[in-house]
Design a protein. Sequence first.
Length: 202
Amino acid sequence: MQKAGELKRRRLRPNDVRRTVGSAKYQHNQPKQSKTPSLPTVDQPYEIHPIKPSEIVIGLVAPLGTNTDKVRAIIEERLKAYNYESRVIRIAQQIIPALAGRKRVIEGSEFERAMALIDLGNQIRSESKNKAILAIASAAEIRRLRHPSPKGLVEKIAYIISSLKHPDEVAELRRIYGPGFFLFAVHAINDRRVQHLVASRK
């Protein structure tokens, strides 16, 4: 006989358990209805990141004879979609002559001058006993190019370094700029690189 205030208990049968668990599982696995996100128009950037402006540094690496100008132009055009201004730092034309002195840069065809600058860059690494010296000088040039902001705001500037030739240079830029550094490797087939070098002889 059931006492007063005591709840009536009933032994659960296996079918009751299966029905209960199956119902909970069915409700849990029901897909949630969500609205389809609208795609950006053609004139909009692919992604929108609501973050504060920041400068970025892009390094280009490529074998001898690769025409990096086309790739650099594509990068600059894409950066414009995010309202970034691009500034190019050319290691062969700017950094090496500044460190070695203009008198050590020989005159001649573009091909002969390019080969001489490669040798001169190797000499600078050897004389300084620092294989990342050209990257350090590039970072110093970036610092020189920065425009001081009266309100301390960071400008949306992308510095493109063209082009890196040694792994230590890449490692040094990663150490200096951290996640703000991006590396692009540019490659061209051998025939196109030879054609570019032959054209630069003229």
